[in-house]
Design a protein around this ligand. Structure first.
Ligand code: PEP
Ligand code: MG
Length: 865
């Protein structure tokens, strides 16, 4: 096997082999963009040990690189300097290691000085190299280098690094080398080949550093071989005022707007921009600062999009007026931007509608449904400062000043806003648990901004007015106001504003590009998308998000609201059928009222109402104070209440007296519910003759054909009675919720009496795996770590196991009843990979919570492409 390829010479330029960075450089070389020469060591060489022949191959490519550049590695007169960078198939910003200026030593520095005629620049590059090599390759704490630099700056009263003179930088270099020797017990290596070998090994092993592992975990990146390593001739953005470095996006990654977007710094090296140490300038200003390079850069924006037909991001360096490309990849973007870019690229004729849908991650759409701040309420609150709107959304919480603090306090139940001077890759877990992030420094492309956008987390960067004192956990504002870790702030990620206290938040809407994308999804998808909703509010939300009916209304949820619990409890303590019926009669109007509202909101769409499911003891109080209250309200003794609770206690309530078992034993409960459903429907029809309803009555937790037969008879009898009394006909069906393996096994028999199946995959997962859905959390995490299951089966459908029961039920059920309507209403109905499964096995619809309706619509369309 070959492991090392000069840019543009690999036969496939595949990302898997060359890594994203290597593949981008290879492509840009091929399409004629200005890329400094270099080579890539493939991901196949990544590992603890170097594969055989790698060292010889690197030496060979170096010779070729020397020929291309006309420079020599380690040469005193004309030295070749290189960067050594990581790059896996999937970009992991800032997670792995990079070494710049490699090849400098006490001899080659002389060549660099003479060639550039710029001793200050040469020493600046050397001190950066020692620091990066020491930190990245030898694990010397970065702070230790920073302290030395800060001390020397203070000694000569220099404000910025670039104010240091050549002599002062030589002092920095001496001190850095001394630090290096103290820490590693060996002098700084002068042999350039050793430098290179160590750096390559360090990049390889950075693949498994803790933050890279964590990043892959939270972004669900698996199955990669490792990182590639790119070795590239250095170009310098720090040679003076005609040089600089920056990052660009072909479209605005936050809003999606088509415009040359990005930031740069004059007289700086790459890391200065992303590290957020100096706040960079927006690209348009470059026309004035670096006019020659500006024109070249505008060409890059055009060429990149023409070639990739995608929004690209890129890094560039300008050396003495000439532009060089150092990287390009598919640009990370917010969900807002993703949707707008996809839509506009279709309109511009760059891609098809199908391609557009395939470019949007269905899960990311939930970000568009994130609440926004209420504008009017913003005006009533104190605006503390304004930074850059790095990642949209709204976030509220108490301030925390370090990642550790954010993690600890979040675990303790607080909502946290992480405030940092700037974030570094080690902060990633703290960022992930926080509601939002605000940093005092850094630009739109700083680490915090890039990572937060990837997480879909509200983030504001470059809020210069915040003086953050981490040691004392305090922020000071220019007017002297102090904020500490008990203060609440609200962030507006869309505007970059930070407010004191809690600003009101409102729900988002489906409009603009989002609405267009959703229409396209509807044109393409074949699977229906319904919502699980049992309140009028949820039903309205679901309809707004484009649901095609209600797939599950859990009627018991209605009994917990306000005063309704009392007749419910009265029903439970009743000792005779008459007493039970009397209590049920009080519940009926409540149920009817809710059903009527939902049927009205869902006009023209099917509404699936499930009869009572949970064991009755769930309606009884467990806490003493509530038991006392119950005794008072119901005129019984506390002892009686306790006795009742004891009597109804079940060892395994999930496998207990619940679902249709309640209906078989206490048919009057379900009779009342069916009566309420059809009275609601008949009354609505009488009030609104144009109302178009289809009611589905669903029987939960059912295992046996006879249960289905009994329940069906009950429903039909009650429904016909009500409709006859009103002299109104409402179309309806009676069906089953498939939640038990026995029901799946006997699907052909059950289908004799059931007009539809709806897979309740929460319970079906619980009963198939034998994992209690309420207790599984205790061991699931370990199970995932040990790869028993790849994903939590309660979130992502276990397609092999539970999925097999679903397939079998469909086959058997449809053998009895060919047009049996089948859906799913467990949590999996809103999870994209499970939605794709539902499409593939031939379900008619999925049903999910209202906020996941757009996710399911897009996932269903993607499954059909
Ligand atoms: C299910 O079991 O999948 C379901 C939707 O019902 P519930 O979550 O109410 O048990
Ligand atoms: Mg269930």
């Amino acid at each position: 096997a070959r492991y090392v390829f000069l840019f543009g010479t690999h036969p496939t330029s595949s990302k898997d082999i060359l890594g994203g960075k290597g593949a981008g450089l290879a492509q840009m070389t091929k399409i004629g963009l200005p890329v400094p020469h270099g080579f890539t060591i493939t991901t196949e060489a990544c590992g603890e040990q170097w594969p055989e022949g790698l060292e010889a191959e690197i030496s060979q490519r170096l010779v070729e690189l020397e020929a291309q550049t006309g420079k020599k590695f380690g040469d005193a007169a004309n030295p070749l300097l290189v960067s050594v960078r990581s790059g896996a198939a999937v970009s992991m910003p800032g997670m792995m290691d990079t070494v710049l200026n490699l090849g400098l030593n006490d001899t080659t520095i002389e060549g660099l000085k003479q060639k550039t005629n710029n001793p200050r620049f040469a020493y600046d590059s050397y001190r950066r190299f020692i620091c990066m090599f020491g930190n990245v390759v030898m694990n010397i704490q970065h702070d230790k280098f920073e302290h030395i630099l800060a001390d020397i700056k203070r000694k000569y009263t220099r404000h910025f690094d670039c104010d240091l003179t050549a002599e002062e930088l030589q002092e920095v270099i001496r001190e850095f080398k001394a630090l290096y020797e103290r820490e590693t017990k060996a002098p700084f290596p002068m042999a350039v080949m050793d430098q290179l070998k160590h750096a390559v090994s360090a990049v390889f092993s950075s693949w498994n550093n803790p933050r890279a592992i964590y990043y892959r975990k939270i972004n669900d990146i698996r199955g990669l071989k490792g990182t590639a390593v790119t070795v590239q001739e250095m170009v310098f953005g720090n040679t003076g005022p005609r040089s600089g470095t920056g990052v660009g996006f072909t479209r605005n990654p936050s809003t999606g707007e088509k415009m040359p977007y990005g930031e740069y710094l004059v007289n700086a090296q790459g890391e200065d921009v992303v590290a957020g140490i100096r706040t960079p300038n927006p690209i348009p200003q470059m026309e004035r600062d670096l006019p020659e390079a500006f024109g070249q850069l505008m060409n890059v924006y055009r060429v990149l999009e023409e070639h990739y037909k995608e929004m690209q991001d890129f890094e560039f360096t300008i050396e003495d007026g000439k532009l060089y490309m150092l990287q390009t990849r598919t640009g990370k973007r917010t969900a807002h931007a993703a949707v707008r870019i996809a839509k506009e690229m279709v309109e511009e004729g760059l891609i098809t509608k199908e391609e557009a849908l395939m470019r949007i991650d269905p899960n990311s759409l939930t970000q568009l449904l994130f609440p926004q701040l209420v504008e009017a309420d913003k005006k009533t609150k104190r605006l503390l400062c304004k930074g850059l709107p790095a990642s949209p959304g709204a976030a509220r919480g108490k301030l925390a000043f370090s990642a550790e603090e954010a993690i600890a306090r979040t675990h303790a139940g607080e909502k946290i806003i992480l405030a940092r001077e700037e974030t570094c890759p080690d902060d990633i877990e703290g960022m992930n648990v926080s509601q939002g992030i605000v940093t005092a420094r850094g630009g739109m492309t700083s680490h915090a901004a890039v990572v937060a956008r990837g997480m879909g987390k509200c983030c504001i960067t470059g809020a210069h007015d915040l003086h953050i004192d981490v040691a004392n956990k305090r922020i000071t504002l220019p007017d002297g106001t102090h904020l500490g870790n008990t203060d609440i702030v609200t962030l507006d990620g869309g505007s970059g504003e930070v407010f004191l206290g809690e600003v009101a938040i409102q729900d988002a809407r489906v409009e603009g590009a989002f609405a267009t994308i959703m229409e396209w999804a509807n044109e393409i998808k074949r699977l229906g998308v319904r919502a699980n909703a049992e309140t009028p509010r949820d039903a309205r939300k679901a309809r707004e998000f484009g649901c095609e009916g209600v797939g599950l209304a859990r009627t018991e949820h209605m009994f917990f609201q306000g005063e309704r619990i009392w007749p419910m409890r009265e029903m439970i303590i009743a000792e005779t059928v008459e007493a039970r019926e009397a209590a049920l009669a009080k519940l009926l109007p409540y149920q009817k009222e809710d059903f009527k509202a939902i049927l009205d909101i869902m006009d023209g769409l099917p509404v699936n109402i499930r009869l009572l499911d949970p064991p009755l003891h769930e309606f009884l109080p467990t806490e003493e104070k509530d038991q006392i209250q119950m005794a008072e309200v119901m005129h019984i003794t506390v002892e009686q209440v306790k006795q009742l609770v004891d009597n109804m206690h079940e060892a395994n309530p999930m496998l207990g007296f619940r679902g249709c078992r309640l209906g078989v034993v206490y048919p009057e409960i379900n009779r009342m519910q069916v009566k309420a459903i059809f009275e609601a429907a008949c009354e609505l029809k009488a009030e609104k003759p144009a109302a178009n309803m289809h009611v589905e009555v669903m029987i939960p937790v059912l295992a046996h054909e006879v249960e289905m037969k009994l329940m069906r008879e009950l429903c039909v009898e009650e429904a016909e009675k009500v409709m006859a009394a009103h002299n109104i006909k409402i179309p309806y069906t009676v069906g089953v919720m498939m939640e038990l393996p026995r029901a799946c096994l006997m699907a052909d028999h059950i289908a004799k009496h059931a007009e539809f199946f709806s897979f309740g995959t929460n319970d079906l997962t619980q009963t198939t795996l034998g994992y209690s859905r309420d207790d599984a959390a205790k061991f699931i995490k370990k199970y995932l770590e040990r790869n028993v299951y790849e994903k939590d089966p309660f979130q992502v459908l276990d397609q092999e196991g539970v999925g097999q029961l679903i397939r079998m039920s469909l086959q058997r059920g449809r053998a009895t009843r060919p047009h049996l309507k089948c859906g799913i209403c467990g949590e999996h109905g809103g999870e994209p990979s499970s939605v794709a499964f539902c499409h593939n096995v031939g379900l008619n619809y999925v049903s999910c919570s209202p906020f996941r309706v757009p996710v399911a619509r897009l996932a269903a369309a993607r499954a059909a492409i």
